[in-house]
Design a protein around this ligand. Structure first.
Ligand code: URA
Length: 244
């Protein structure tokens, strides 16, 4: 068994976004922070940072937020951006306010365009993030694309060929698979994450994507009952399903 990481209580609470070090120290001194129902009076006490921490550590009787590493599954709505740096409404605005100041910070695992909806993973676990987006892993991503014009019938072969070049690029795309849903709708599975890849693939076939929705990343499928803008916390085992 791996040894649990230990952290000072004040540092742990500050990193979870409950306030500056001084503020959380005052909170602890007020007796509002309890462990298994017993008030903790020493902000310097070292606490084992385990996934079940919220079952033990409470603030005013409310379980603390789950500690890092945290993996979230979001149904990204249209109109929000994944980048911290871009202007406009962000995926992070859809999360509890405290989570926006957590340390380590939460980041999306790859990006979806502002006008793409669907499955998005968000994490503060850099190792997990890099494993998912690593080009070596070839994690599959499936998108449902609605198109402006009827499919020509040539897309499946072109996408599967491993020779399709996107405009302005020097390396051909890896083979991708296309399932036709109807004459203007297709499911496309890719294993890379190039900039605007799906839209550019259909543009290379003289078509235009009018709506794009990600349904799956590896072994994780967007749950049908998760409304746009909502998220769910994944257990470590659920998050690892992405590689299955
Ligand atoms: N491909 C795109 O073109 N856009 C996305 O958001 C994801 C994949």
């Amino acid at each position: 068994m791996t040894k649990a990481l230990m952290a000072r209580l004040d540092r742990l609470l500050a990193n979870l976004g409950y306030g500056a070090r001084r503020e959380v120290q005052a909170l602890v001194a007020s007796g509002k922070v309890t462990f298994d129902g017993v008030p903790l009076k020493d902000a310097g006490k070292r606490i084992a940072v385990t996934a079940d921490l919220p079952q033990h550590l409470m603030i005013r009787g409310v379980p603390v937020d789950p500690p890092a590493p945290l993996v979230l599954l979001m149904n990204k709505p249209l109109g929000v951006v994944c980048s911290h740096r871009e202007d406009g409404a962000k995926i992070y605005d859809l999360l509890p306010r405290r989570w926006q100041i957590r340390d380590p910070a939460l980041s999306s695992v790859g990006r979806l365009d502002k006008d793409t909806s669907g499955l998005l993973l968000i994490t503060d676990d850099g190792d997990f993030l890099h494993r998912v987006i690593s080009p070596k892993r070839h994690v599959e991503k499936t998108y449902l694309a609605s198109l402006d014009r009827p499919l020509s019938g040539k897309e499946g072969e072109a996408f599967a060929s491993g020779t399709l070049m996107l405009e302005g690029e020097e390396k051909p795309l890896l083979p991708a698979s296309l399932d036709v849903v109807d004459e203007k709708t297709a499911r496309l599975t890719i294993t890379e994450g190039r900039y605007h890849q799906v839209r550019r693939m259909f543009a290379a076939m003289d078509n235009h994507v009018v709506a794009l929705h990600r349904e799956r990343i590896g072994g994780i499928t967007l749950p049908g009952d998760l409304e746009p803008g909502k998220h769910r916390i994944l257990t470590t085992q659920e998050a690892e399903q992405v590689f299955s």
